[in-house]
Ligand binder design. Structure first.
Ligand code: UDP
Length: 461
């Protein structure tokens, strides 16, 4: 097995598992990693995937793939409204998923299917699983803390937090420490009923599942697991970080620009700040300008992922002034998509300015790279607060994207005392991760428990 000495004994085939990833980069990666982990535990793997965002899975000849139509029109598929997209996918995939799964189940005599594993946001699949009498295990691809925050939204709404004024955003949410009002994981949408129904469906249908898998580890979120057990009365399995077993890169929707690694090769050790806001986040032109000025003024070398679509409707960099582009080119290197895990493990990388998506957060902790956090929406707000206040392995940009704060945060992280302290904290965490993946470690044991749990299901008749 490939990553950093982490070994799973390859076992002989047990039966077939059907996995259904949500077709967004930050959800595809962990589901494919989970598929690999379970394959090495002896399960045959079938993956059902929408036509939308179908990744190149040619590196996985050992998986059987089933492509289903998702019914999205061209304009629906290109929407940047994530809540609308999730709602549409959950409505339009019911029939194709049901048909595909029913066919697989009716044809499983030689290769029984004990259960299906679907992303928590595929909330419609619980009813399909019930209908076909097959257990559903949920993969939640973010932290336990963020799931609890989503589950608390109705309470926080009742308490009036969601209508607080801008001037009150830094007030604490007393019912949900360590969150501040601005960290409550809401998501802007044009959907008439707002984000609440999609989020409530995700939470409620997860509670009805047979089991719940997390890409996290027990030692990172111990108090959160205690709270989770009070609200989610199903077996839970914290078996992460997944990418310590298998790299994320093979499930990439975009081509990773490897010149970023050659550029890092000629930089001084721990001198580079890597900047990426993940696969979905968007910003306005003036914010891109602030980011660019903050980086240019920081006097640190930087590797910046400027994904097409980061600024809606433009190729991004064309909107920056000539003067600014010259300043960027003096110290920076820009790519459209990077091999992130390799970048984070490169000796030249000393810090990561991130949107705090959960995969990015875990990947940076595992590589011992402290972060600057600029959350955009949803779970990213919660992840950032934990990184800043609880784990103390990063700095949250409290004022948003402003060049002066950016420049000062980069200095603090890369050359200041704060950065040094964070590096110590993150090294401690990294050691805990290494232990949890070893025999008798928490994730190792939890994975064994998951395999036993899956094996305890009888194949449906
Ligand atoms: N990623 C990558 N190249 C990039 C930026 C991101 O390979 O240039 C990967 C990253 O390693 C992570 C995933 O894309 O596994 C992003 O997931 P995350 O949860 O951090 O954010 P999301 O994209 O879901 O907002």
């Amino acid at each position: 097995m490939d990553k950093k000495g982490q070994t799973i004994q390859q076992q002989s085939p047990r039966c077939r598992l059907v996995l259904f990833p949500l077709p967004l980069q930050g959800h595809i990666n962990p589901m494919i990693q989970l598929a690999n982990i379970l394959h090495h535990k002896g399960f045959n793997i079938s993956i059902i995937h929408t036509k939308y965002n179908f990744p190149n899975l040619s590196k996985y000849p050992h998986f059987t793939l089933y492509l289903i139509p998702d019914g999205l029109s061209e304009s629906e598929a290109s929407t940047t409204d994530i809540i609308l997209l999730l709602k549409l996918l959950n409505e339009k995939c019911v029939e194709p998923f049901l048909d595909c799964l029913a066919r697989l189940l009716s044809d499983d005599a030689d290769d029984p299917i004990p259960c299906i594993i679907t992303d928590a946001i595929w909330y419609f699949t619980q009813a399909v699983a019930d209908n076909l009498n097959v257990p559903r295990i949920v993969l939640r691809t973010s932290s336990v803390g963020s799931l609890l925050a989503f589950a608390a939204l109705p309470l926080l709404q009742d308490k009036g937090y969601l209508s607080w004024k801008n001037s009150e955003m830094d007030a604490p949410v007393v019912e949900f420490p360590p969150l501040k009002v601005k960290d409550i994981p809401t998501i802007e949408t044009r959907n008439e009923e707002g984000p609440s129904q999609v989020i409530a469906n995700m939470v409620e249908q997860t509670k009805k599942a047979s089991g719940l898998i997390f890409n996290t580890f027990k030692e990172l979120e111990e108090p959160e697991f205690d709270k989770l057990r009070e609200q989610f009365l199903i077996p839970t399995f914290a078996i992460g970080p997944f990418h310590k077993y298998f790299s994320a890169s093979a499930g990439s929707i975009w081509t990773q620009d490897r010149t970023s690694i050659s550029w890092l090769d000629i930089q001084a050790p721990k001198s580079v700040i890597y900047v990426s806001f993940g696969s979905i986040a968007e910003m306005h032109e003036e914010k891109l300008n602030e980011v660019a000025w903050g980086l240019a003024n920081s006097a640190q070398p930087f590797l910046w992922v400027v994904r097409p679509g980061l600024v809606n409707g433009s190729e991004c960099l064309e909107i920056l002034s000539k003067e600014l582009l010259e300043a960027i080119n003096r110290r920076g290197y820009i790519v459209k998509w990077a091999p992130q895990q390799e970048v984070l493990s490169h000796p030249a990388t000393g810090g990561f300015w991130t949107h705090s998506g959960w995969n990015s957060t875990l990947e940076s902790i595992c590589e011992g790279v402290p972060t600057i956090c600029s959350p955009f929406f949803g779970d990213q707000m919660v992840n950032s607060r934990y990184v800043n206040d609880i784990w103390k392995v990063g700095i949250m940009l409290e004022k948003g994207l402003e060049r002066v704060e950016i420049e000062s945060a980069i200095q603090k992280l890369m050359v200041g005392k704060e950065g040094e302290d964070m590096r110590k904290n993150i090294t401690c965490m990294k050691e805990k991760i290494d232990l949890c993946l070893k025999p008798r470690g928490s994730s190792y044991q939890s994975l064994d428990n998951l395999v036993d749990f899956i094996s305890s299901f009888r194949s449906p008749v």
